[in-house]
Design a binder for this molecule. Sequence first.
Ligand code: PLP
Length: 396
Amino acid sequence: MISSEMREQVENSSLIRAMFEEGRRLAEIHGAENVFDFSLGNPSVEPPVAVKEAILAITKGEDPKSIHGYTNNSGYEEVRAAIASSINEKFNTALTQNNIVMTVGAAGGLNVLFKTLLNPKDEVIVFAPFFGEYRNYVRNYAGELVVVSPNTVDFQPNLEEFKEKITPRTKAVLINSPNNPTGVVYSAETVQKLAEILNTKQKEFNSDIYLISDEPYRELAYDQVKVPYLTKYYASTIVGYSFSKSLSLPGERIGYLVIPDEVADFANVVSAANIATRILGFVNAPSLFQLVVAKCLDAQVDLGAYNRNRETLYNALLSYGYQCIKPQGAFYLFVKSPIEDDVEFCNLAKKKNILIVPGKSFACPGYVRIAYCVAYQTIERALPGFKALLQEVSKK
Ligand code: PLP
């Protein structure tokens, strides 16, 4: 018999599976082109050409042991060195290969970090709305997730409530900008204030509080907005990066952690992250894709395609009367549900063959998330449904 914890997980996952099955069922009835699936953050834009070229160049005539074999737990040294110097160039940091641990995507990196840092009942603070999987990642290591309620005015973190929620058990604060699900980029001013609060509280409690910056959407920023590099603001910052969205490679499972020298208990954190990579069963990040990303550090997916989707969907929804702040990054719109019950609104949308996710999944009921990483035609074809939906619920 499976564990009681996994029994709960199986029951919850069946809801997500039900949504997926529903999409398939609708596609069979109405044709795939008439079902508008905005539920998943799966990139629709091709990886840059440089990725394919790198795969071909690396695999051509190489000694297979050197490309498909085990690597150090933290990854190939030359790959980590290339990543460190690329970050130094972009953000004027002073990192070396010793500050980089290659990971199995952002999800793998966060699990390695929580395994590294958390004792049972240690608290991890997150700001709602947040990526729902954080609940599982923290629970995997018997930590406790502490949620700061959303600031629905501009979706910057609610720092007043944050201050109140820091306790002697606070081990880490996990932030994500550009944000899933809002697309909001946390401003330099916000980050500065957050860092000041953390420094004060660390002193007050004589504790180490780690700031973890989950950055799979760092490169997906529009209108020349600057995404602050957090190690500049707070010493004990660890960055979790991923190539899943920046190079459209989510299935290849590749990313890295940046653990700067200034992080509290640096040497132990790095050693523990190496061991955690091994004992969680990752052993090392995928070897071929470590080599591929090292050759593609300056490559970019076609941001123009996402931007066109963003502009079209945002402007159209606003013109119909929906309320939504304009996202500056990632590929999500977080729209106020026109009726109080966001789950009910998603069910009504489904009747128009539009699949979207209730804000409840991100600890922010009353909103819905629309992932616009889809083909442009999907947006064009879905717009009449969005318009009709709002008209219908407004009449009720
Ligand atoms: N963090 C956030 C905020 C995400 O949205 C996602 C994926 O959608 C992840 C982490 C996991 O990303 P990865 O594919 O790199 O594991």
